[in-house]
Design a protein around this ligand. Structure first.
Ligand SMILES: *[C@@H]1O[C@H](CO)[C@@H](O)[C@H](O)[C@H]1NC(C)=O
Ligand SMILES: *[C@@H]1O[C@H](CO)[C@@H](O)[C@H](O)[C@H]1NC(C)=O
Ligand SMILES: *[C@@H]1O[C@H](CO)[C@@H](O)[C@H](O)[C@H]1NC(C)=O
Length: 477
């Protein structure tokens, strides 16, 4: 089964290519010889080849250059972090390999979030929340009685683990708990902590029929209501990363009464408009993703990256065998989002790899991919005919961002491969209640750095702390 998932993922990556991306990768050169043989022998690839003709050969060439160029990026290449020059790349390579190897013996790699948080001396609770449409979601809480509740919502392929994996020195959940906040961490339907439904099983298509639209209109409201009830508060502070911001904007647009339950929303790397996404893999994949989502569904594959097993095969197929390539290519999440070597805690990388990715529905990817192609922030596109039935018109309706009335603080960075500053600016212009727009003062700050950067405390947390403090008084009115 996992092999099928991995093959499909590979094909998703392969077929997603289109001519418009050629120039993006034109400047990356590499030799892909032996890899090609292995890939084209896969039965599923052969099957798809019959459909797609010559496209495959070209695409395999392009796609395999991406991970290789990651390694090359230690020198110079297009679009990748180039903090390091050719001259010191050997030293850097050795340093990364040594730190990573040291990190491999860290027992945190295999600890669950409950054991991890307990190990570092914090209380931890687990709560179950049922949504209006029957999903059971797990919430984790580091309790602080009678304190302001802060709700943390992870990104695509993430989980509540994201907020603790970088350890007690830098992880947001611990920093907030130290500050005296009541920390609640959500989990979207379909991730490793939220895999139950009152009718459907995860092996059934119906379970996976959701994107971040449903996370926004069902999951967030259910979890927010639960927290408000449990803490006897009328409002909470919301901090989201990436998809955790997308789903929030969906909720605040589609269910505007929920704006009253949010005293402050902090958007770490806000994702709504996606015209300018930089990630080569994401751009390559986007044009074909909705099409492939259909193929995948046809084959009974609804879930993307349930664990690291699929990623391992992907890596074997796409990455070179040498040690550094292996380290960098191990995790699809990093592969797609890029590395910021200055902020990457390499010693902790094995722990991150042990806790993410956490699973998501193929439809979540397809919905994002549609946004990259359409340039709009709008509901899922089922094609003209089905749209007419579902929405009463051929085009999916855009989200009414003018409904977002909760105060929003936006954190973004120049080098973010997903939330490009130009897209963040477009969102900023649509929102009417942005109270802070903060560009992280670190040039190579990456999408994942918003949760795992070495300097998280100084670059991100110090600002969060001030914002929370400023809006402190509004929660128990
Ligand atoms: C974590 O678990 C894996 C698989 O059971 C094992 O091979 C590895 O040695 C463990 N690592 C640590 C640091 O405990
Ligand atoms: C929280 O408030 C309740 C009711 O005011 C009080 O009984 C309880 O002792 C408080 N708990 C803490 C930890 O301050
Ligand atoms: C980097 O990771 C190590 C190992 O997990 C951890 O002990 C250390 O505190 C981390 N550094 C920072 C700045 O978070």
């Amino acid at each position: 089964m996992f092999f099928r998932v991995a093959s499909l993922l590979l094909i998703v990556t392969l077929l997603g290519c289109s001519a418009q991306n050629l120039d993006l990768l034109a400047s990356i050169t590499s030799s892909t010889g032996q890899l090609l043989g292995g890939i084209t022998k896969l039965p599923l690839v052969r099957q798809i080849t019959q459909v797609s003709g010559d496209l495959l050969a070209d695409t395999v060439n392009l796609v395999t250059t991406v991970p290789l160029s990651l390694v090359r990026s230690l020198g110079v290449s297009y679009g990748f972090p180039t903090l390091v020059s050719d001259t010191n790349s050997v030293e850097l390579t050795n340093r990364i390999i040594n730190e990573f190897t040291e990190g491999l013996s860290n027992e945190d790699i295999n600890l669950t979030i409950i054991d991890l948080v307990s190990k570092y001396g914090y209380p931890i609770e687990k709560h179950m929340v049922e949504t209006q449409d029957g999903y059971f979601l797990t919430m984790h809480r580091i309790p602080n009685d009678n304190a302001s509740a802060v709700f943390l919502m992870h990104g695509l392929l993430g989980s509540s683990d994201d907020w603790v994996v970088s350890g007690p020195v830098s992880a947001l959940a611990y920093l907030l708990a130290d500050e005296g906040y009541d920390v609640w961490m959500g989990n979207a339907r379909g991730n490793k902590h939220s895999r139950f439904h009152n009718t459907f099983d995860t092996s059934e298509a119906d379970f996976w029929d959701f994107s971040w639209h449903e996370i926004g209109i069902y999951d967030l409201p259910a979890m927010i209501n639960y927290v408000l009830l449990a803490t006897k508060s009328s409002r909470l502070k919301y901090i989201g990363h990436s998809q955790g911001t997308t789903a929030f904007f969906v909720m605040a647009s589609e269910r505007p009464d929920y704006n009253n339950k949010i005293s402050l929303m902090i958007a770490l790397s806000p994702v709504a408009f996606m015209n300018h996404v930089k990630s080569p893999i994401v751009r390559l994949t986007a044009p074909g993703a909705p099409f492939l989502h259909n193929i995948m569904k046809g084959l009974g594959l609804y879930e993307v990256l349930p664990d690291n097993a699929a990623t391992k095969l992907l890596r074997q197929l796409l990455c070179r065998a040498e040690r550094l390539a292996e380290i960098l290519c191990t995790n699809f999440v990093f592969l797609a989002l890029g590395f910021d070597f200055e902020q990457l805690n390499v010693t902790n990388l094995p722990v991150l790899y042990g806790h993410m990715p956490s699973g998501a529905s193929g439809k979540q990817f397809a919905h994002y991919a549609q946004g990259i192609v359409s340039g709009d922030f709008r509901q899922f596109d089922y094609g003209d005919m089905v749209n007419a039935v579902v929405y009463g018109e051929k085009r999916p309706p855009s989200y009414a961002l003018e409904n977002v009335r909760a105060p929003v603080a936006m954190f973004y960075s120049e080098a973010d491969w997903l939330a490009d500053p130009r897209d963040v600016n477009q969102l900023y212009n649509k929102l009417t209640n942005v109270i802070d727009l903060y560009k992280v003062p670190h040039e190579q700050f990456s999408h994942l750095d918003f949760i795992v950067a070495k300097d998280f405390k100084t670059l991100i947390y110090s600002r969060i702390r001030k914002l929370l403090w400023t809006f402190q008084k509004y929660d128990f009115e």
